[in-house]
Write a protein that binds this ligand. Structure first.
Ligand code: DGJ
Length: 503
């Protein structure tokens, strides 16, 4: 749902924040689930992202096997979590590896793309009507089944395909594709991008091949999505393998065809049945991470991070996502099946490596409805520690929150920063002089916004407490050493309700 350019995912009638975890690609099989649930429990995730494999779902054309999906539904309910299902259909990381065997054995009917030299490449053609029809039919069967089997809405969102597009070639060079490429750009796209008529080269110049491929992939996916949505209108999204947002380049240095930041407007025009275009963020540095969040958070696009690196240092970016009004966030590879995609910056799933993620969800879990509502109302700000920046300021109307990192609990001085940049904090505005504050490995203090006024802040009341069923229940009042130097957060999950005055 969108209001004033902000977004919320409504689940059971109220904004819901997905505290997600995605399993490895080959882990959503009944025999593997015992290696999934302990990790989900340790994380305190409320939503699990699990693939549905086309090759399993439609082993013979037109015959659908819903047994695995039913197992996922039953076990998710037993573990009190929601599901996001990932439709591994025509595209999985740019290839067609999840197409059922009966498709793999009929390449003339379900062709691959052709590179500029006329050789087949490992990426399905977006121009195959037979493949499109087959995918739309299977996806519709999945959605229809969910409608019947999931009246309690365990499944809250569905991802259509996975990192669709093509690696290693900008577009298809088959005769069919070539003819389309030389033809006119569709009116719908011209109107959306405010461009004059012409062929792809004339309209888009150096971007022509990439935009042509993105349009072709997006139109295909739109038809799959629209068919499924007609059967059961759950929110749908498409995930993107990103390009470097700070050093824009051209394919094939990144995957061509998916919703990278430069083709978001195109995708919006091509695929109106897709509710969200979602970045898979595997960057380790904060500058590109923040940039991606900025690029994908738009009035016409809710920010949702369906995959992110599970390296412990990356856990702090959960707060960056919250501060950018994300509706959900999900580290990747969260099970103990033993696979590790370490080159991508992912860590192991031993308890110690998981702890930074578990800290996030333990803190936010009990108040995830409140956090989602604050974000929907534009009342929440969050910051994340960056190397070389030991202190940050959040503007809050007539107040400023100053967040400093690496301070001792006692005493003042210049903050040194934490040895590893793990600090993070959030502040939500409850009233003119009232705030909800939480964080890890940082100190939060407040200053009067108008420095010229000469006024100083005083804490009227600082209550530590927890949210229970929508109400804040205080446990104790912080005072003395706990407030005299500011509000110091360690790695403990602590939530403070703060009332401020001046003197
Ligand atoms: C992004 C993909 O979307 C995931 O399915 C997975 O392949 C990761 N990359 C890498 O492990």
């Amino acid at each position: 749902m969108e209001k004033d350019g902000r977004h919320a995912l409504f689940v059971d009638g109220a904004p819901y924040l997905m505290l997600g975890a995605q399993v490895h690609n080959s882990s959503a099989w009944p025999g593997m689930l015992p290696k999934v649930w302990p990790v989900i429990e340790q994380l305190h995730a409320n939503t699990v992202e699990m693939p549905v494999y086309w090759e399993q779902f439609e082993p013979r054309q037109g015959q659908f096997d819903t047994t695995v999906v039913d197992t996922l539904l039953a076990q998710a309910r037993a573990h009190h979590v929601r599901l996001v299902l990932l439709w591994f259909g025509t595209w999985k990381n740019g290839s067609g590896h999840y197409m059922p065997e009966w498709m793999k054995l009929a390449p003339e009917r379900y062709p691959r793309m052709t590179d500029a030299k006329g050789r087949p490449i490992d990426s399905p053609s977006p121009y195959s009507k037979a493949a499109l029809d087959a995918d739309a039919q299977a996806f519709t069967a999945l959605m229809r089944h969910l409608k019947a089997a999931d009246p309690q809405r365990t499944v809250v969102m569905v991802q259509v395909e996975n990192e669709a597009g093509t690696w290693g070639a900008v577009r298809d060079y088959s005769p069919v594709a070539q003819k389309l490429f030389e033809g006119p750009v569709p009116d719908k796209l011209l109107a959306a991008l405010h461009k004059p008529a012409g062929n792809w080269q004339e309209v888009f110049g150096a971007d022509a091949e990439e935009f042509f491929h993105a349009w072709s992939v997006a139109r295909y996916i739109e038809q799959v999505a629209a068919a499924g949505k007609a059967a059961y209108p759950l929110p749908l999204y498409v995930n993107a393998a990103l390009r470097d947002p700070l050093k824009p380049s051209r394919p094939p240095s990144y995957e061509s065809g998916g919703p990278t930041d430069n083709v978001l407007d195109l995708w919006k025009a091509a695929a109106p049945s897709i509710d969200v275009l979602a970045p898979d963020i595997y960057m380790r540095d904060s500058a590109p991470y923040w940039k991606v969040l900025e690029l994908y958070r738009r009035p016409d696009n809710a920010l949702f991070i369906p995959e992110t690196s599970n390296s412990p240092a990356g856990a702090r970016f959960f707060f960056a996502a919250l501060g950018r009004q994300a509706i959900g966030y999900s580290p990747f590879g969260m099970d103990t099946t033993g696979y590790s995609n370490a080159p991508l910056g992912a860590a192991k799933t031993d308890p110690e490596s998981l702890e930074p993620f578990a800290m996030n969800y333990r803190l936010i879990g009990p108040m995830m409805r409140e956090i989602a509502r604050f974000n929907f109302e534009g009342k929440l700000e969050a910051v994340v520690e960056e190397k070389g920046k030991p202190s940050q300021t959040i503007e809050l109307g007539s107040w400023k929150a100053v967040v400093s990192y690496g301070m001792p609990q006692f005493g003042s001085g210049n903050p040194p920063g934490n040895p590893e940049s793990v600090g993070r904090a959030l502040v939500a505005q409850l009233g003119d002089n009232r705030f909800l504050v939480a964080g890890f490995n940082c100190r939060v203090d407040f200053q009067v916004g108008d420095a010229a006024s000469g006024k100083q802040r005083q804490f009227l009341r600082v209550e530590e407490g927890t949210y229970e069923n929508g109400a804040f229940r205080p446990i104790r009042i912080w005072n003395g050493d706990q407030t005299d130097w500011g509000l110091n957060f360690t790695s403990a999950p602590q939530v403070l309700r703060v009332s401020l005055g001046t003197y």
